[in-house]
Design a protein around this ligand. Structure first.
Ligand code: SF4
Length: 208
């Protein structure tokens, strides 16, 4: 049987991918490596949910712990628009490919391929690139047709379901409309406080 290492971004996304691979008689080894998830409470919630789900479905789970808000932000802050493709995908998929090569796997893949919110073609390119570099097959599958069914099953199973992609910038995106709406409703009055000892500071008072 083919030995496949599957990078898992979260338990809900893994549900359909696992079922699908099992329908091909593949029993993937699950691989947790997600230094893109912030803050730590969120990272822990997703990781712990996957730990439990791996047990429930009887699959081996390898955890590579790397919580890194500082490192992640330093690497993406200069080009936030392209952060997924330039840093986040290569970081996670690259580590998966390296681990697969080092530990005798025949192929690697990722549950990111199920998400209609990710840049699917770019993910495929990154996977293929790391396949060339590592010499391990990239098991490409377009899991997206099963996204809704997988999420429904995850809800039925009571799995922890996150509200944003992972990084702190995607958390801001989640609230973008609300932020714009709130800011348009409030016109802050500015007062300036001066002191001979202290630099001028700005005080914002909320309108009533
Ligand atoms: S939006 Fe998601 S894929 Fe993109 S950088 Fe943030 S965590 Fe990574």
């Amino acid at each position: 049987m083919k030995k496949v290492l599957m990078h898992v971004c979260c338990a809900p996304c893994s549900v359909y991918c696992i079922d699908e691979l099992r329908s091909e008689s593949i029993e993937p080894t699950l691989f947790w490596y997600n230094p893109n998830i912030h803050p730590y409470t969120e990272y822990k919630a997703r990781r712990d949910c996957l730990k439990q789900y791996a047990k429930d479905v009887g699959l081996e789970l390898i955890l590579v712990e790397d919580y890194g808000l500082d490192e992640f932000c330093c690497n993406v802050v200069k080009d936030l628009t392209n952060r997924c493709v330039n840093y986040c995908y290569p970081k996670r998929i690259g580590e998966t490919a390296r681990f697969a090569a080092k530990n005798g796997f025949d192929a690697f893949t990722t549950t990111l391929l199920i998400s209609p919110y990710q840049k699917h073609d770019e993910l495929k390119e990154v996977g293929e690139e790391f396949s060339r570099l590592s010499g391990v097959e990239f098991l490409y599958r377009d899991f997206r047709p099963g996204f809704r069914a997988g999420q429904d099953k995850a809800r039925e199973l009571g799995l922890y379901r996150q509200k944003y992609c992972g990084c702190i910038f995607s958390e801001e995106d989640r609230y973008r409309k609300q932020i714009v709406r709130d800011q348009s409703l409030s016109t802050p009055q500015l007062r300036y406080h001066n002191s001979s000892k202290l630099p001028a500071s700005k005080v914002v008072t909320q309108n009533r």
